[in-house]
Design a protein around this ligand. Sequence first.
Ligand code: CTP
Length: 371
Amino acid sequence: MVPTDAALRFVGEATWTALSGRPIATSVWQQSHEVPHVRLGQQADLILVVPATADLLARATHGIASDLLTNVLLTARCPVLLAPAMHTEMWQHPATAANVSRLRERGIVVLEPDTGRLTGTDSGPGRLPDPVQIVNAAADLLRRRPSSDLAGLRIAISGGGTRESWDPVRYLGNRSSGRQAVALARTAVSRGAEVTLVAAAMDVPAPAGVRVLRVEAAAQLEQAMVDLLPVSEVIVMAAAVADYRPEQAAPSKVKKEDAGDEVVLRLTQTSDVLARLCRMRAGRRPLIVGFAAETAGSSRELQRLAAAKLARKGCDLLVANDVGADAVFGSQENAVMILAPDGSTVEVPRSGKDAIADAIWDHVVLGLAGA
Ligand code: CTP
């Protein structure tokens, strides 16, 4: 137990020791022959910060090691769970919101605070989550400790939406947020892979520990993936690649006074990157995973469309989702179906994009072992 100076103002050292039945650590300088700030972090299986104040979230985001707790957070390599508690204004402040996003991108679990009575007379979001929820979240984290079943594998993932220019300032794009690709990259890294993310336009930043190649148009994405093919064991095409691009892009900005009331854009088909990668490879390596966005309406119809797409593209796994049923683009959650060429189909119920990513990697691991 590592109470901060602020915690000790509320509850004294003797009470912490008596209630926990364990010695507590309060300072980097206490028993310094044991180097507690390194030992505690290195030996922990899980770190819980309850409650996590706005100040703690800010220090954790920026790697500031100004007390024992923040030192422990910097030396820890185990899962970290933060349960915030603060006043609504502080929780909703853009600085705190940005810190929470950055911590989550790093794989740290920051629980949403409850809404209710706060200290003082105010109420709103910012109340410490229910202790049972905190314990459940901690147990869940311990259950899915990072494994290393993708160790040593070079994985190339495309994500986001391509942009096809029709003049130097305008483009045709799509609604892909890149969230699923980022979740795939993050979870692959935590399972030991060496990941290259070929990132078209995305709403979310790339996770730490990933090599990022930025691309804009379908043609650039295609070239990047073709280059990665011979040096990858697994390829995942999660990008929303434009199927059509303007036949000609104007070299200078199209002006209204020149173009008049109407502009007609002639579109021409782009190349199918996934199908090309599948044709290019020699044998079954790299293992190639495709995605399918369908407006199916029923799970039977989704399966039929996805099976046809899998056969057409020639990939080893196809992850299909129904983009008509719910908001998939930009949302934090998704429900998918994972199909293999032998006709086997597994439905992954609606879950967070990290859980979907882990399910996809589970199938990749099985696919690699089976071939
Ligand atoms: N894809 C690709 N190159 C394209 C279009 C799509 O590599 N020009 C890839 C996507 O990254 C995805 C898969 O193909 O992995 C399926 O994409 P989807 O948009 O569902 O299918 P399309 O091939 O575009 O077919 P349709 O739009 O007719 O359903």
